[in-house]
Design a protein around this ligand. Structure first.
Ligand code: NAP
Length: 280
């Protein structure tokens, strides 16, 4: 019998690619999104149920799970993919923006897991795949809020994996590096631009640092979807799956293997030279 997966944030990017990838491999897919009325590529595909789910609205999570079970009989796996980056210097980000970053990237994941667990417990099995990021493993200037949300997701997922393993429920974390989706545009649009002139030199230097990273080869949403599929089907209890180019993987490895202060100095060395003596 076909297995069934529920995916959040399936309107675009990694979530949509994952919906198509699992469907192409014979899975039933509950492709959930905030605005299903706008979706035209997934709706109507065989074994695809498109539902409205806003991770900030627990009622829509419950309704999507119920609709998935009603249509396909059970849900075997959930991919917590919905997310975005609230970029900008911390002081320029409003408390409301901080709250929303955590509401979507952290509390939305927790709410979705809380909602699916009774079903998984009843069945005596289940799988949860949380989409984190390199930003869940290493820090960079200008993304303190996104870093905080993905570090929280990493710690939560790792600790949760222990208690759920006892119930035959597997938790996995997929960590993409830069990926060609709407993410960068959405994050740039949300960039907090409150004028705080004391940060101007830092901002200019940090932007130059990111410009230097822009030539880096990005993964495609389809490649990340393939990794999510591997995580769901490889039959192991491996916790983390990295997906990105060699430079990205080296950054994650460096964060683990370099002495802490050496890593911190390496990041400072990437932007301080652009500050023209200020703060350098
Ligand atoms: P994307 O194309 O912008 O997709 C993000 C998805 O999240 C969209 O479907 C969006 O829905 C949805 N979403 C946002 N807020 C939501 C909410 N409150 N409730 C439900 N859905 C919501 O970007 P993506 O790259 O595929 O991002 C997917 C995941 O990958 C995110 O968790 C992101 O942090 C992670 N990631 C991305 C990259 C990258 O470079 N692209 C790298 C590492 C990790 P709408 O269409 O309604 O806005």
């Amino acid at each position: 019998m076909s297995k069934t997966i529920l995916i959040t944030g399936a309107s675009s990017g990694i979530g949509k690619a994952a919906a198509l990838h699992f469907a192409a491999h014979g899975w039933n897919v509950v492709a959930t999104m905030r605005s299903p009325e706008k979706e035209t590529d997934l709706a109507g595909l065989e074994n695809m149920l498109v539902t409205r789910l806003d991770v900030q609205s627990p009622e829509t999570i419950d309704a999507s799970i119920a609709a998935g079970i009603a249509r396909f009989g059970a849900i075997d796996a959930v991919v917590n993919n919905a997310g975005y980056g609230q970029y900008g210097v911390f002081e320029a980000i409003t408390p409301e923006q901080v709250q929303t970053q955590f509401d979507v990237n952290v509390f939305g994941v927790m709410n979705t897991i809380r909602a699916i667990l009774p079903h998984f417990r009843e069945r005596g099995e289940g799988m949860i795949i949380n989409i984190s990021s390199g930003a869940g493993r290493f820090t960079l200037p200008l993304i303190s809020l996104y870093n905080a949300s993905k570090f929280a997701l990493e710690g939560f997922s790792e600790a949760l994996s222990f208690e759920l393993a006892a119930l035959n429920i597997t938790v996995k974390i997929v960590e993409p590096g830069g990926t060609t989706t709407n993410f960068i545009k959405t994050s740039e649009e949300r960039f907090s631009a409150k004028p705080l002139p004391e940060y101007d030199a830092f901002l200019g230097a940090a932007f130059k640092m990111f410009d230097n990273l822009k030539g880096m080869q990005l993964a495609t949403a389809e490649q990340v979807a393939e990794t999510i599929y591997q995580a769901a089907t490889d039959g192991t209890d491996t916790l983390r799956y990295l997906i990105g180019n060699e430079d990205f993987k080296r950054r994650v490895e460096n964060r683990l293997s370099l002495p802490d202060q050496t890593y911190i100095e390496s990041i400072k060395a990437a932007y301080l030279p652009f500050m023209g003596g200020k703060g350098g």
